[in-house]
Ligand binder design. Structure first.
Ligand code: ATP
Length: 323
C-alpha cells in the first residue's frame, strides 16, 4: 500500500482534527502518500481531494471542528454513488481509506467495502458515544465537559431565583452525555432514552422537595428521551406543578464545538496512529476502538450491534445523591 485517503463524515466532533493529524503524520512516517478528502463522502464523489504534508496538519491538534470539513451525503446511500466514489479512488491510486465518523459513516463504509476491494478503517468520532465495541469515541469527553460547564452556570441562576431548570443535552438516541453531565453537576433527575422514566415519580419528588423548601432543581434531559426533549418534559411537569418557576434551556450546538479536551486529543492520536498501522498490516474493514485500555479492532459490520446500556447502578446513584 502506498497511497491512503482520510475523511471526516457525519456530525463533527471535537478531536477529529487530532485524529486527522495522527493519520497524516503516521502515514508520512511510513513513507505513504496521504490524501485529505474534503466534506466526507460528498467530497470523495466530487474528487475534492488534496495531498497532505506533515505541515498541512500543523497547529490543529487543539482546534475543534475538522479542517477536512464534514457532510452528510445522500448519494452515498446508493450503489451508483458508491461506484462514483470507487472510480475516483481508482483514478487517484488511493488504496486504503480512513473514515473518521459515527455509526452512519461506518454503515456507509460497510456498504462500500462489501462492493469494492479498497480497505476501509474506521475511527469512532462522535460526541454521542453510541458505538459498540469501544469505551471511548472522539468528542464525547469534550462535549460532556462543555455541558458540565454550562449546567454549572445554569445552577447559579437557578439558585438565585429558586427555579426549576430543565436542561436538554445532545446525544441522539444515546443518554451518555445526559448521564455523565447530570451526575457531575448534581442533577436531581436525569432522563435518558435507554431507560423509562415515570414522570409521576419526578412530580412526587419535586412536590416532596417543595415541602422541604428545596426549590432549586435541575433536570437533565437527553434530546432523544421518550418524551421528546426538554420542552415537552417541561410542559408535562407544569401541568402538575403550576407553582413551579420552570425554565427550559437547550444547550444545542455549543456541545459540538471548542478545543478538544486532553482525553479526546489522546484517544484521537492513538486511534489515528493505529488506523494507519492497520492498513499497513492488512487488517481490513474494522474500526479502531479502545476497550479496557487496549486497542480493539471491531469488524465494521458489527456497528449495528447493541451498544452499552445505562446500568441500574448509575440510576440509583443519581437518585440517592440528589435527595
Ligand atoms: P453522528 O453520529 O455524529 O451524526 P454519523 O456518521 O452517524 O455521525 P450519518 O449522517 O448517520 O452520521 O452518516 C454520515 C454519512 O454516511 C451519510 O450522510 C451517508 O453519506 C453515509 N451513510 C450512512 N449510512 C449509510 C448506509 N446505510 N449506506 C451508505 N451510506 C451511508
Amino acid at each position: 500500500i502506498s497511497r491512503i485517503g482520510v475523511l471526516t463524515s457525519g456530525g463533527d466532533a471535537p478531536g477529529m482534527n487530532a485524529a486527522v493529524r495522527a493519520v497524516v503524520r503516521t502515514g508520512i512516517y511510513h513513507g505513504l502518500d496521504v490524501f485529505g478528502i474534503m466534506r466526507g463522502y460528498q467530497g470523495l464523489m466530487e474528487d475534492d481531494i488534496y495531498q497532505m504534508e506533515g505541515r498541512s496538519v500543523a497547529n490543529i491538534i487543539q482546534r475543534g471542528g475538522t479542517i477536512l470539513k464534514t457532510a452528510r451525503c445522500k448519494e452515498f446511500y446508493t450503489p451508483e454513488g458508491r461506484k462514483k466514489a470507487y472510480e475516483i479512488l481508482k483514478q487517484r491510486g488511493i488504496e486504503g481509506l480512513v473514515v473518521i465518523g459515527g455509526d452512519g459513516s461506518f454503515r456507509g463504509a460497510v456498504a462500500f467495502s462489501q462492493e469494492y476491494d479498497i480497505p476501509v478503517i474506521g475511527i469512532a468520532g462522535t460526541i454521542d458515544k453510541d458505538i459498540y465495541g469501544t469505551d471511548f469515541t472522539i468528542g464525547f469527553d469534550t462535549a460532556v465537559n462543555t455541558a458540565v460547564e454550562a449546567i454549572d452556570k445554569i445552577r447559579d441562576t437557578a439558585d438565585a431565583h429558586d427555579r426549576l431548570f430543565i436542561v436538554e443535552v445532545m446525544g441522539r438516541d444515546a443518554g451518555y452525555i445526559a448521564l455523565h453531565s447530570g451526575i457531575a453537576t448534581g442533577a436531581e433527575n436525569i432522563l435518558v432514552p435507554e431507560r423509562k422514566t415515570d414522570l409521576k415519580d419526578i412530580i412526587n419528588s419535586l412536590q416532596e422537595k417543595e415541602r422541604r423548601k428545596k426549590l432549586v432543581n435541575i433536570i437533565v434531559v437527553a434530546e432523544g428521551d421518550e418524551y421528546g426533549g426538554a420542552q415537552n418534559v417541561a410542559n408535562l411537569l407544569k401541568e402538575h406543578l403550576p407553582k413551579a418557576e420552570a425554565r427550559v434551556c437547550i444547550l444545542g450546538h455549543i456541545q459540538r464545538g471548542g478545543a478538544p479536551s486532553c482525553l479526546d486529543r489522546l484517544i484521537a492520536s492513538r486511534m489515528g496512529y493505529h488506523a494507519v498501522e492497520c492498513l499497513i498490516e492488512g487488517k481490513f474493514n474494522v474500526f479502531v476502538g479502545i476497550l479496557n485500555n487496549k486497542m480493539n479492532y471491531v469488524p465494521l459490520e458489527n456497528v449495528g450491534k447493541k451498544k452499552g446500556t445505562i446500568s441500574e447502578e448509575w440510576m440509583k446513584i443519581v437518585k440517592i445523591l440528589a435527595s
